[in-house]
Design a protein around this ligand. Sequence first.
Ligand code: NAD
Length: 245
Amino acid sequence: TRIRPSNKRCAVIGGSGFLGRHLVERLVDRGYAVAVFDIRQTYELPGVNFYQGDLCDKHALLTALKDVSIVFHCASPAPASDDRALFQRVNIDGTRTVIQACHEAGVQKLVLTSSASVVFEGSDIKNAKEDLPYAKRPIDYYTETKIQQEKLVLEACSKEMDFFTIAIRPHGIFGPRDPQLVPILVDAARRGKMKFIIGDGSNLVDFTYVENVVHGHILAAERLKADSPLCAQAYHITNDEPVRF
Ligand code: NAD
C-alpha cells in the first residue's frame, strides 16, 4: 500500500509568477504547507519552501513533490516570447513530465491553469459554456500548446490510479503585481497608441481579478475527488460582468 501524502501539502509549479504567487499566498492563509517549484525565485514567505528547477526535469520535480497531495501547474513561458520550440518543450513535453512526476510521487490531484483562448478562433464568443469544442484553428502557436497541455492533463484523470485532474480557464488576469496586461496597456497609452476605437466602443472583453482566479483554483482542488463531476473537466473562470471598453 502506498502511504498517502498529507492533504494539506501542496506544490505550485510556476509559484514565482504573477498568478502563482497570489495562489501561494492564499494557500498559506488556508493552512497549507506549500512547495514552490519554478525556474526562478522572486520572493520569500514563511510556510513556503522554494525549489528552483525546470519542470522538464523530472528528478528536480520529484524533490519538490515529496509528500505532496495537490499540485497546481501554473507555469508557462511568456506568450510574448514567441518561441515555438520553448512553448512545445515546456507546455507539452514538460506537462507530460509533470504528470509522470505526479504519478511517481503519489500526488492525488492536479489542477492546471489553462486559458479561455483554447476555444477562441477569432470571432466573438459571448456567455460561452465549457461544452464549446477546442479551437480547430487556434489564434497562435502558444494557444495550440495550451490546448495540447489541457488535453494531456484531463486525459490523465484516472480513478484506478487515484489521480484526479481539472483545468481552470481564465482569460485576461489583472491585479496587484500584474507584469503584463495593465503595464502593456499603460505603456501603449503613454506612447500615444490608444487613440483609436476599433468598432463602435461597445466591444466586450473578459478580464478576471487575480483573487477570483485563485479562488477558482482552490475550490477546484478542494472539491475534486473520486466520482465527483469535476473530474477531468475544464472550467471557464470570469468575473460576474465583463469589463466594458
Ligand atoms: P508568469 O509569467 O507571471 O508566471 C509563470 C511562471 O512560470 C514564472 O514564474 C516562470 O518563471 C515559470 N516558468 C516558466 N517556465 C518554467 C519552467 N520550464 N519550469 C518551471 N517554471 C517555469 O505568468 P502568469 O500570468 O502568472 O500565468 C500563469 C498561468 O496562467 C500560465 O499557464 C498562463 O498560460 C495562464 N494564463 C494567464 C493569463 C494572464 O492574463 N496572465 C491568462 C490566461 C491564462
